[in-house]
Design a protein around this ligand. Structure first.
Ligand code: AMP
Length: 228
């Protein structure tokens, strides 16, 4: 099963993509996380991407597509994958479609801009393992230390207020039209992001469970015929 999570930066798609990946036992692929790792390791791709990521701009399509293509060729993707932060432009969505990479379900997490700004200002991330927290809504039980790997939590460069506004504007202009793109294909489901992360997870899981039940029903006549 291949799932895409759509949503503004800070809508909670990373957390929900991770939860869904654990539930389905398939990898969660975050192009943002891959880019941040490349930047911290100062690889050629990372050095090219740094100025875009730091300024809250989209990395050029060809660079991101190349990174994603490489990741999807890994053996752990054969049973399915969750995409978190890709596609972000119509060119990226068309890349998936033209390459025959099936998208079964797109889950869009909706959160108003005011809430996004409040959320991102409180977001703290672990530079070592990538875990994400919020000072109010999802604090680490160890305060400013990562509850998973014990590294000191940091505020991302691109969570600074002026960069957040730019990222939101970019999201509305370049990524939001993908809702219509996937809506027309009949695979878009919308979740209203709740303040309580667990509540949003419940809504996301019920969409995934319903999709699974629907697919089984749709497959059963074929299975029956094949068995005749
Ligand atoms: P994220 O962690 O998903 O918020 O991504 C952080 C940053 O990485 C974004 O603000 C962009 O600069 C860059 N990025 C991540 N995914 C993409 C993508 N699919 N296309 C272009 N840039 C991306």
């Amino acid at each position: 099963m291949n799932i895409i999570f759509l949503g503004a930066p800070g809508a909670g798609k990373g957390t929900q993509a991770e939860n869904a990946g654990e539930k389905l036992n398939i990898p969660q692929i975050s192009t943002g996380a891959i880019l941040r790792e490349a930047i911290s390791k100062k690889t050629a791709a990372g050095q090219k991407a740094k100025k875009y990521v730091d300024n809250g701009e989209l990395v050029p399509d060809d660079e991101v597509i190349c990174i994603l293509k490489d990741r999807l060729s890994a053996p752990d993707c054969t049973r399915g994958f969750i995409l978190d932060g890709f596609p972000r432009t119509s060119k990226q969505a068309k890349y998936l479609e033209n390459s025959g990479i099936a998208v079964d379900l797109v889950i869009d997490i909706e959160v108003p801009d005011e809430k996004i700004i409040e959320r991102l200002s409180g977001r703290r991330v672990c530079p070592a393992c990538g875990a994400s927290y919020h000072t109010i809504y999802n604090p680490s039980h160890r305060g400013m230390i990562c509850g998973r790997c014990e590294a000191m939590l940091i505020t991302r460069e691109d969570d600074k207020p002026e960069v957040v506004l730019h990222r939101l504007e970019t999201y509305h202009r370049r990524t939001e039209p993908l809702k219509e793109y996937y809506g027309k294909r009949g695979i878009l489901e919308t979740v209203i992001g709740q303040d309580d992360v667990a509540e949003t997870t419940g809504l996301v899981f019920s969409i995934i469970d319903n999709f699974g039940a629907r697919s089984e029903c749709e497959q059963s006549p074929h299975t029956a015929r094949a068995n005749q």
